[in-house]
Design a binder for this molecule. Structure first.
Ligand SMILES: C[S@@+](CC[C@H](N)C(=O)[O-])C[C@H]1O[C@@H](n2cnc3c(N)ncnc32)[C@H](O)[C@@H]1O
Length: 473
């Protein structure tokens, strides 16, 4: 297999995928929700995607928000060439891509960043590369800046480590990645047919096996066939990031920030009695079985409570990207169980959101909402966001001009950027300027030139968590 000196796969490219939750506005929302005050960029911002792969996510962010200046860095020159192809197709001049590894990136002439994403970049590289990536963040993240670290995690990934070993053992490192995958799939199919006790004991391994048999070879190569596979617990990743001066803010998986939404009743009292952050997150990880965490950290954020908390939402707005108010569900299923919206707040809230992106300041003055405590409005709004029905937006409708209209369900999403992205093979995403991020399009109508948004996919959910599978649907 052709791998770099660092043992990273080089002979099969990673999948083209968009991670909508990399959006600055989404990360800002996590910080606001968690009560973390920090200086927020006002006049444009700098964003770095370290280990950007083929750059579709970053191109999508750049297309969605022309105020941002984006830099993507990846050691694989073919990935960078593909990212550049997307950039040119989209006519984007606020993003650039650099073919450098983490060590070389430190010496590049780059600005300080307001946001840095390490999406998948820490899970498949060795200790030296992880240290270099974190050193880059230490040197380049502004005070108040946010870093998104998305990584494979224990205990959710526990059953996958032996499965990976089994796949590696079925082939030789000298074979090309494609041949290794063929051999690994044959071995997995035989294992499944054998009635393996290991698979019977580990449902997660069985699901991963099925996904590996059907999955995109590019994804499989990068997930399982690198020399390194790093599986930390949250506590270990938190300690590594703390060492470069950034503290845990919260999860970009919104429901994971709320005990009400993610801790089922039998565990609530244990959770409430658990004191330390590491221990509480472990309880969540045991409940949720998360294989992949999307953790947001801040350099120098300050926790605020009480009324000061509400001020943190200034500058953000909120929108319903895919639904009409009339079709909005009242019930949502979260890991903690079923949650029903409180109609006294939810009805006027949804009506206000349906008119286009609105700020919290505008929401609390709406008829029907003005008499309710702000915390209650935020609570209902957060259920809609965690339930993938509402999203943070770049600003209120009146400030967004034309961009404010482009996210509506069923609206024509035509325009240069859409056409350009659709022209590139396999693109299934479209930039949504109101939301400052990409949305997943239903492939068929998108190909016909008019986008209808896939309802469940706007902010990741299945499509981002299990990207290669969701991507192909
Ligand atoms: C699993 S991919 C994730 C890509 C992208 N962030 C995403 O989530 O779609 C990891 C990326 O890290 C890059 N990478 C691995 N080691 C690296 C290093 N030492 N320096 C820079 N990039 C590296 C790989 O080339 C690959 O594109």
């Amino acid at each position: 297999m052709s791998a770099g000196a660092d043992g990273y796969v080089r002979d099969l490219d990673y999948v083209d995928v968009v991670h909508p939750r990399m959006a600055p506005v989404w990360l800002d929302y996590v910080a606001a929700l968690q009560g973390v005050a920090r200086p927020r960029p006002v006049d444009g911002y700098d964003y770095c995607d370290l280990g950007c792969g083929a750059g579709l996510s970053l191109n999508m962010l750049a297309a969605s928000d022309r105020r941002g200046r984006f830099v993507g860095i990846d050691a694989n020159a073919r990935h960078v060439a593909r990212a550049e192809e997307f950039r040119q197709a989209g006519g984007l001049n606020n993003v650039r891509f650099l073919a450098d590894d983490f060590a070389a990136a430190a010496a590049l002439d780059l600005p300080k960043f307001d946001y840095i994403a390490l999406y998948g970049a820490m899970s498949w590289v060795g200790p030296e590369a992880r240290r270099q990536a974190l050193d880059f963040v230490r040197a380049r993240l502004k005070p108040g800046g946010l870093v998104l670290v998305a990584y494979n995690v224990m205990p959710g990934s526990a059953a996958l480590a032996p499965l990976r070993r089994f796949m590696l053992a079925a082939s030789s490192p000298e074979q090309p990645a494609t041949a290794r995958i063929v051999a690994a799939r044959e071995a997995l199919a035989a294992l499944k047919a054998s009635g393996s006790q290991f698979l019977r004991d580990h449902a997660a391994a069985t699901r991963a096996l099925d996904a590996a048999i059907d999955g995109d070879p590019g994804y499989l190569a990068h997930e399982y066939f690198n020399a390194h596979w790093h599986l930390p617990y949250f506590a270990e990743m938190r300690a590594d990031v703390a060492a470069i001066g950034a503290d845990f803010v919260g999860s970009a998986t919104i429901e994971a920030n709320s005990a009400r939404l993610c801790i089922p009743r039998p565990l609530r009292s244990l959770y409430d009695r658990t004191q330390g952050l590491n221990e509480r997150e472990l309880v969540k990880d045991m409940v949720l079985g998360r294989k992949f965490r999307l953790d947001v950290f801040a350099r120098g954020g300050r926790h605020v409570t009480g009324d000061a908390h509400f001020g943190l939402f200034d500058g953000l707005a909120f929108a319903l990207p895919t639904r009409s108010a009339a079709s909005m569900p009242q019930n949502f299923r979260f890991p903690a169980g079923r949650t029903t919206l409180r109609s006294a707040v939810a009805v006027p809230l949804i009506a206000a959101l349906a008119g286009g992106p609105v700020t919290l300041g505008e929401l609390v003055r709406q008829p029907g909402l003005a008499d309710h405590p702000v915390a209650e409005i935020i609570g209902e709004l957060n259920i809609l966001i965690a339930g993938r029905e509402a999203q943070p937006a770049r600003g209120p409708k009146h400030a967004l001009g034309q961009d404010g209209d482009r996210f509506r369900f069923g609206a024509p999403l035509s325009g240069r950027t859409l056409d350009a992205f659709l022209a590139v093979d396999r693109a299934r995403f479209v930039a949504a300027p109101a939301l400052g991020t990409g949305l997943h399009l239903n492939a068929t109508p998108a190909r016909a030139g008019r986008g209808r948004l896939v309802r469940r996919c706007p902010m990741g959910g299945r499509s981002a968590e299990t990207a290669p599978i969701g991507y192909r649907q």
